[in-house]
Design a protein around this ligand. Structure first.
Ligand code: ATP
Length: 346
């Protein structure tokens, strides 16, 4: 009912275009993993390779220790939930959900029992006689999930499963999906380009860019300690402050940073999350600043700041409600909240 997944050196091209290169990834049994990245980064291609819909040109895929690289979808211990649900419109929910078991040769009574059980699991108990057109988008999504789970996969693959839902329903379904995954214990691999969704739902998030993995790990680690500049920017808003190696350590237009500069790059980018900038004293004193624009967001104000020491720069800070344009503050940050990367060479 659950299995680990290993990808070793997986690569694939479409014609001249390298969609994936050198992908190595270990997913533990029962983990909820999200594949996160911008459009075209190769998420769907990777999911298709996991599901057996695409055979990679390079590398190996193992599920539960078994090499499945050349095994077709129906003979893998996987099931896929597609964004458009792909339900059979003319069939009842019971027959939709019972479709996989029927293909596997299960008798009518048994598969109806499985269908009712899986429909109950997704909160649609007793709805087996309905047809897809009688359901809302969120309910269809649940049926698609129930149908995928009916074949008792070891690994469930989900391609933008909540992409068609409005924001509120999407947030509610994220919690449900996570709770469902905990109950069934199956390994889930979920593709999304929504960073909030990826963080909210996953045990581990895999950040992809241009066919490669930029970072991979628990969401809080990837958010707080991203391993690349791209991952820092894709996991949430970040201030990017140019820095360089000076005689006394890390220097920036906003003053020296009391931090040992890692690596040997002469020029670096210092990343700082908006919530890590504050008004007051701190180990890194960034000097005075003025609020240029303030957006009230309920729990905090998102403020755009002009720092006095480098008025050509703009910083974004999350400040307590009450801050308004024109207000002056003294900026400080804790060096432990910074991530420093070598400057990107174009
Ligand atoms: P999106 O979020 O837009 O779905 P994605 O990250 O899932 O993007 P993929 O669909 O995996 O990206 O595509 C990766 C790259 O490979 C893209 O540049 C895409 O244009 C290309 N590609 C994908 N499928 C094919 C195909 N069948 N033939 C040619 N090129 C393809």
């Amino acid at each position: 009912m659950t299995a680990p997944v290993t990808l070793e050196g997986v690569g694939h091209r479409f014609g001249e275009h390298r969609a994936l290169g050198g992908i190595g990834l270990e997913i533990a049994a029962g983990d909820y993993v999200t594949l996160l990245g911008p459009s075209g980064c190769g998420k769907t291609t990777l999911l298709s390779i996991l599901g057996g819909f695409l055979r990679p040109e390079e590398g190996r895929v193992r599920i539960g220790g078994r090499d499945v690289t050349a095994v077709p979808p129906a003979r893998r211990p996987t099931a896929t939930v597609f964004q458009d649900y792909a339900l059979f419109p003319h069939m009842t929910l019971r027959d939709n959900v019972g479709f996989g078991p029927r293909m596997a040769g299960m008798g009518r009574v048994a598969r109806h029992r499985v269908a009712e059980e899986k429909l109950a699991l997704v909160g649609l108990a007793g709805a087996g006689g309905k047809r897809p057109h009688e359901l809302s988008g969120g309910q269809r999504q649940r049926v698609a999930l129930a149908r995928a789970l009916a074949v008792e996969p070891d690994v469930l693959l989900l391609d933008e499963p909540l992409g068609a839902l409005d924001l509120k329903l999407r947030r509610a379904m994220q919690e449900e999906l996570k709770a469902l995954q905990r109950r069934v214990g199956t390994t889930f691999v979920h593709v999304t380009h929504d960073q909030e969704e990826a963080m909210a739902i996953a045990d581990r998030v895999v950040v992809m860019n241009a066919g490669r993995i930029e970072d991979e790990g628990p969401p809080d680690r990837v958010y707080r300690r991203p391993r690349s500049l791209f991952a820092a920017g894709f996991m949430g808003e970040t201030n990017r402050i140019p820095g360089r190696r000076g005689p006394g350590g890390l220097e920036t237009p906003l003053g020296p940073v009391p931090l040992a500069l890692p690596g040997d790059a002469a020029r670096v980018v210092v990343c700082l999350r908006p919530e890590s900038l504050k008004d007051g004293a701190g180990d890194w004193d960034l000097g005075p600043a003025r609020v240029e624009e303030a957006t009230f967001l309920g729990a905090h104000v998102r403020a755009r700041l002009v720092p006095e020491r480098a008025p050509e720069l703009r910083l974004v800070a999350h400040l307590p409600p009450g801050w308004e344009p024109g207000a002056a503050l003294r900026l400080a940050a804790d060096p432990a909240d910074l991530s420093v990367f070598p400057e990107e060479t174009p």
